[in-house]
Design a protein around this ligand. Structure first.
Ligand SMILES: [Fe+2]
Length: 428
């Protein structure tokens, strides 16, 4: 069903709002408008996203220049209540729509959360008027990419306004992820843009943000981690391009230069006025993201720190960083499939380099270790996952070729050694 169904739905929703303002609850005019709105929503068949950004109103990916009179009063009320992001699921019924409209008519400012309708704020800083770029950014990956490029260029030049812009972009990304996976899915599939620096920064930001949310961290922490993820590789600015893009092994002195990027990144960030009050995680994650949970990475430090000394945000961002690097085409190798990248994450988790629980949660998020997936175990046998333990998918129940069910959470059991590719992993 085309655009018409969406337009009719918005008109019917506007009518429902008007009717409810005129008639008492349960009036037949209200029931009729709700029924029509629900039917048109079902005909549209996809979630409806409405975004208010500054003076812009965006429905799906379309900026509405002149809001039709049939729903302008409703949109005005939503804006007055401070809601900047609204998502209505396609299976919302008459009752769901009516209950929500009741709260709008009653001018309830609390964000509305139901299984079918989610409203919220993008929490954008008001110091900067949202630019048209940011408006576009709210509607898709490429918009965010353009904005990330601007933010990172500002920060590379140590401009403090880059911190405000970074926070805006991250808030918009987090808000977008809160209402759907559209931003996340293209990254899962694969990204192969020319400019690796910015796509990698944005991908690691989006993936870290999704992982932080999956770990149920508080909103402010999700934002802080996402911003740190966006800026984690700023120090690569100091690494010569020919070393970054070398099609072959690095000489020892070149490797040393490459391995200085966490230090350079932290130093660059600390030089930006106000960075520590804006987000103290920025230099920490930039410095620690290659250190590894077992501190086998770099920068090398003379004496190992007690494990808890590494910030958990650095360990979380490291999982997203390794995954995205493996999934992206580089001058020296092809992108790996989801299954191969997941296999490497598992091995790095088992070796202690990556944080085991974060890798577990990340693979759950990617839906890699789901029932039905074929795996090879460390004893050379293979089997099919029949069930994953919640929150601990690295040790699922696996059925082998003899019909036996093995519980890999048993310490005497083998571990997963390889995820076998299936049809969903084929690279685009
Ligand atoms: Fe890095």
């Amino acid at each position: 069903m085309g655009q018409d169904a969406l337009d009719y739905f918005l008109c019917n929703l506007g009518a429902l709002f008007r009717m409810r303002r005129i008639y008492p609850p349960g009036a037949k005019q209200i029931l009729q408008s709700a029924k029509q709105a629900s039917q048109k929503l079902a005909a549209w068949g996809r979630p409806v996203r409405i975004t208010f950004l500054g003076n812009d109103t965006i429905v799906e990916d379309r900026r509405i220049e002149n809001i039709p009179i049939s729903y302008s009063a409703l949109f005005q009320s939503l804006q007055q209540l401070g809601f900047e992001s609204i998502q209505i699921e396609p299976d919302a019924r008459e009752d769901d729509l009516t209950l929500w409209i009741e709260t709008v008519v009653a001018k309830e400012r609390t964000p509305y959360r139901s299984l079918k309708i989610i409203t919220g704020s993008l929490k954008l800083e008001r110091k900067v008027t949202p630019s048209s770029v940011l408006t576009r950014a709210v509607t898709g990956y490429l918009g965010f990419l353009a904005e990330a490029q601007g933010v990172l260029s500002d920060l590379e030049s140590k401009k403090p306004e880059g911190l405000v812009r970074a926070r805006e972009v991250v808030c918009a990304i987090v808000a977008r992820l809160a209402v759907g996976r559209e931003l996340f899915e293209p990254i899962r599939e694969m990204k192969n843009f020319d400019d690796y620096t910015f796509t990698h920064a944005l991908n690691v930001c989006v993936l870290s943000s999704a992982l932080a949310r999956a770990l149920r961290l508080p909103d402010e922490m999700v934002n802080a981690i996402s911003m740190a993820a966006l800026c984690h590789d700023l120090g690569k600015k100091e690494v010569p391009k020919e070393i970054l893009n070398r099609n072959g092994p690095l000489e020892p002195h070149e490797r040393l230069l490459m391995e200085r990027h966490p230090f350079c990144g932290a130093q660059l960030l600390l030089d930006i006025p106000g960075v520590e009050s804006a987000n103290p995680l920025l230099p920490v994650v930039a410095y620690q993201h290659h250190m590894g949970a077992n501190q086998s990475g770099y920068p090398k430090i003379q004496q190992r720190l007690p494990q808890h000394t590494l910030h958990f945000a650095s360990l979380l961002v490291a999982v997203a960083d390794v995954y995205d690097a493996l999934r992206t085409v580089r001058p020296y190798r092809q992108a790996l499939s989801v299954a191969k990248a997941a296999t490497i994450l598992i091995r790095e988790a088992l070796s202690g380099k990556l944080h085991k629980e974060y890798v577990s949660s990340f693979l759950l998020l990617l839906n890699v270790l789901a029932a039905g997936r074929r795996v090879v175990l460390s004893d050379g046998s293979s089997g099919i996952i029949v069930e994953t333990h919640t929150g601990y998918p690295l040790c699922p129940m696996v059925g082998d070729e003899h019909g036996r069910i093995r519980d890999l959470s048993d310490p005497s059991s083998p571990t997963i050694w390889e995820i076998v590719e299936d049809s969903t992993d084929v690279l685009q």
